[in-house]
Design a protein around this ligand. Structure first.
Ligand SMILES: [Mg+2]
Length: 185
């Protein structure tokens, strides 16, 4: 199941954020994103996979964050996520079994029921956690997306190549007990 996954579709509120929305006095909203999640998305794209954001709400903040972490496929204001999801599949030439979707609320259920790998955050509503193939240990906005990405890339045996660029720059005489990766070359 996981070996076919190559499109990551992310809900925003409660997944890429902790679900909190702060309004400022000028009417725009403020969201807090997680740096590990953002870097995880960059690794995912670097591995040659695709990513998209599918949000029920619309906000300039989402577009800005997506752009920063390299996601070009941004779909907002999707009150009904299923037809938009189908549009994403068509546009990117993927089938549902190739998709990992991360969600946390009822609006995500119709899409999650169709994808190859449905992931919920621990803060997701009961129905979503029940439907999901996997519930992350880390919370939305606190590494849930990074955890999901690492899980899939490790399963696909692609994580090591991401680490290799750092592994190659480690001192050769680092004591075995402190080596971040088990075998050294
Ligand atoms: Mg949500």
């Amino acid at each position: 199941m996981l070996d076919r996954i190559d499109l990551l579709v992310l809900d925003v509120d409660g997944v890429l954020t902790d679900g909190g929305i702060i309004y400022d006095s000028r009417g725009s909203d403020v969201k807090r994103f997680d740096v590990h999640d953002g870097q995880g998305v960059r690794y995912w794209l670097r591995a040659g996979h695709e990513a998209a954001v599918l949000s029920g709400r619309g906000s300039k903040t989402i577009r800005r964050r997506a752009k920063e972490i390299g996601i070009e496929n941004v779909y907002e204001d999707a009150k009904d996520k299923l037809p938009v999801f189908e549009k994403i599949l068509k546009r990117l030439g993927r089938t549902p079994d190739q998709v990992c979707y991360v969600g946390d609320d009822l609006v995500d259920l119709p899409v999650m029921a169709r994808v190859g790998f449905a992931v919920a955050t621990p803060g997701a509503v009961d129905e979503v956690r029940r439907l999901a193939h996997y519930v992350t240990r880390r919370a939305g906005g606190h590494g849930a997306v990074r955890e999901t990405i690492e899980l899939v890339l490790k399963y696909q045996d692609r994580w090591r190549e991401i680490c290799r660029r750092y592994e190659d720059r480690m001192p050769a005489d680092l004591p075995a007990a402190r080596r971040p990766w088990k075998e050294t070359r």
